[in-house]
Design a protein around this ligand. Structure first.
Ligand code: IMP
Length: 424
């Protein structure tokens, strides 16, 4: 079947942008299925860096159709900024970019609510990106959201915005003491955005299904990772969408029988941004070494990422809930200088050991990781161009990860450039 899903198998930031860029070469359609501009996909081409928040990384290749699916929540300001920045760098985002008419639109009251809720939560905050993602999905599920199709009809748009503002302003003023937003100002702003994006808005579900009927090669691009999935992640320290592979069906309007491969992307170690449990998190010294070498700072917010050892339990969980058929291991080179490398193969909780990821968040906060220790390879892998040329200890480490998580490895990445990718 000519369709594949690329999904994160940890807490996001696994390096999906680069892998999608590589797989885009042999794809006709690249479709983002969930999340919003909370994501930041970095792609480096000949030393030039591109950070994409909403537009699929396939846009960097000529002749591809890129789609923002119905499962994505779209901030028009961020989208227009991204389109204009790409165009300014000579990358066309015109007829090759489509946005689902069913995608929900983010408004300033969403990101304000996100920010104020986080402040009100104090120490129990989630550590969101404050991009209004959660509040926008909340409106979608509450059936009061405003969609791209609404933007095309000025009367419907005004009616819905007025009704939303009545409720949102009351909450903002009475619960959070914030002054709220003016209908006239927001209407004017969004009518301005409408002019710039209306040409992109289409019934993308029909287009995607037709592409599959015509045997086109379709790549579904996930954002965030399985452990941030609103159902299967470390709830409530998650994002507000289904970032597991199943989200590709719901977020594009394609049935499960049309999905072929599911490619899970993992780092050779683990990172997460924001609050929440992280059993294998490093102590300060290793944290600084890996964070610096791996440039572990958020592509969207610039926040330093928390770093830790590879946790086979969380990836095994991701393999199960996303039905991952193969994994891609990224950033192997970041571990090049470490004498010893640990892998978490189980947890201990109240004297008992177990090998599966617990759904109980309180338990996850308290578990003690059980580690296996592997000798490092102590040599530079960033220049290696084939799997067979990797140091013996690196191959041993990768094989062990594959065995532990129950999925074969199809690619290994040893740097941010396209050429630093070893295909198996
Ligand atoms: P939200 O998606 O902004 O609501 O944030 C919820 C949680 O998901 C926070 O812990 C964020 O740091 C995390 N998160 C959201 N998007 C990303 C991402 O693209 N990479 C890594 N973490 C993310």
């Amino acid at each position: 079947m000519p369709s594949s899903v690329v999904t994160g198998a940890q807490w996001g930031d696994e390096g999906k942008g680069k892998i999608i860029d590589i797989l885009s070469e042999s794809s006709d359609y690249i479709i983002r299925y969930q999340g919003g501009n909370n994501a930041g996909h970095t792609v480096v081409i000949d030393g030039e860096s591109f950070i994409l928040h909403l537009i699929p990384s396939g846009i960097l290749h000529k002749g591809k159709t890129c789609i923002i699916g119905n499962g994505v929540v779209v901030n028009p300001v961020a989208l227009i900024d991204e389109i204009e920045k790409l165009n300014a760098r000579g990358i066309k985002a015109g007829k090759n970019l489509l946005i689902s008419e069913q995608a929900h639109i983010i408004f300033p009251y969403h990101w304000k609510m996100d920010e104020l809720r986080e402040i009100a939560k104090g120490r129990s905050k989630i550590g969101t990106t404050k991009r209004g993602i959660g509040p926008c999905y909340t409106d979608k599920v509450s059936r009061c959201g405003i969609r791209m199709a609404d933007l095309l009809d000025v009367n419907i748009f005004s009616r819905k915005l007025k009704a939303n503002l009545k409720e949102k302003n009351a909450i903002l003023r009475n619960v959070y003491g914030f002054k709220g937003y003016s209908l006239a100002t927001l209407s004017r702003q969004y009518m301005g955005y409408r002019k710039k994006i209306k040409g992109y808005i289409k019934d993308t579900t029909v287009i995607i299904n037709k592409a599959l009927d015509d045997k086109k090669r379709v790549l579904f691009e996930g954002a965030q990772g399985a452990l941030l999935d609103v159902d299967f992640g470390t709830y409530p320290y998650v994002t507000s969408s289904n970032s597991t592979a199943g989200g590709a069906c719901i977020g594009t309007g394609v049935g499960p029988s049309r999905i072929g491969k599911v490619i899970g992307v993992v780092k050779a170690y683990t990172t997460r941004v924001g609050e929440g449990p992280f059993p294998t998190e490093f102590s300060d010294k290793l944290m600084n070494i890996v964070r610096t070498k791996g440039k572990e700072f958020g592509a969207t917010t610039g926040r330093p990422r928390r770093c830790g050892w590879f946790d086979a339990l969380i990836v095994k969980h991701a393999v199960m809930v996303s039905g991952i058929t193969e994994i891609v291991v990224t950033k192997l080179d970041v571990l090049d200088d470490l004498e010893k490398i640990k892998v978490c193969t189980g947890y201990t909780y109240r004297g008992k050991s177990f090998k599966t990821f617990p759904t109980n968040i309180e338990k996850l906060f308290k578990v003690k990781p059980q580690y296996e220790e592997w000798p490092g390879w102590m040599s530079d892998t960033s220049g290696v161009r084939s799997f067979n040329k990797l140091p013996r200890n690196a191959v041993g480490y990768l094989k062990r990860l594959s065995d532990l998580v129950g999925a074969k490895i199809s690619m290994v990445s040893v740097g941010s450039e396209r050429k630093q990718t070893l295909k198996l």
